[in-house]
Ligand binder design. Structure first.
Ligand code: FES
Length: 137
């Protein structure tokens, strides 16, 4: 299976690439087999109910998210689309994002590249866990 048009598009024009100055959390995940490394930066917002007036109770959410990825085309595309999926989600919602969500959003990935989607999920979850650990300590 070749890369989908969406994978190629996100690879050529990645969204939210770069870092966040003074992030609230960072999560990094590498794959020792292929050597690819993904880093996710988060800015956490609060009190969405007051800001957005959407009737939700005050909760923490991903206000901004950026990534730095040293990796294959699929890893770049996964990082890019994952930032789009995660932005604006509450931390609980973001923790539920799984590799199938990413693969589906990208219109599929070659079987050999499925692990690249897991790298993104792991880096995001690690960033959220790091944030939760930081604020409870
Ligand atoms: Fe390992 Fe893509 S080949 S993340």
């Amino acid at each position: 299976m070749p890369y989908s048009q969406k994978v190629l598009e996100h690879f050529k024009n990645p969204r939210n690439q770069g870092s966040i100055e003074n992030p609230d959390a960072v999560g990094e995940k590498g794959n020792p087999v292929c050597g690819d490394v993904m880093k996710m930066y988060l800015k956490i917002g609060r009190n969405r109910a007051e800001e957005g007036g959407r009737g939700l109770s005050a909760e923490e959410f991903i206000e901004d998210i950026k990534f730095e990825t040293l990796g294959c085309a699929a890893a770049i595309a996964v990082s890019s689309v994952l930032t789009e999926i995660a932005k604006g989600k509450t931390l609980d919602e973001a923790l539920k994002i799984n590799k199938d969500n990413i693969v589906e959003d990208l219109g599929g990935l070659p079987a050999l590249k499925i692990h690249c989607s897991m790298l993104g999920v792991d880096a995001l979850r690690k960033a959220i866990k790091n944030y939760q650990l930081r604020i409870t300590n």
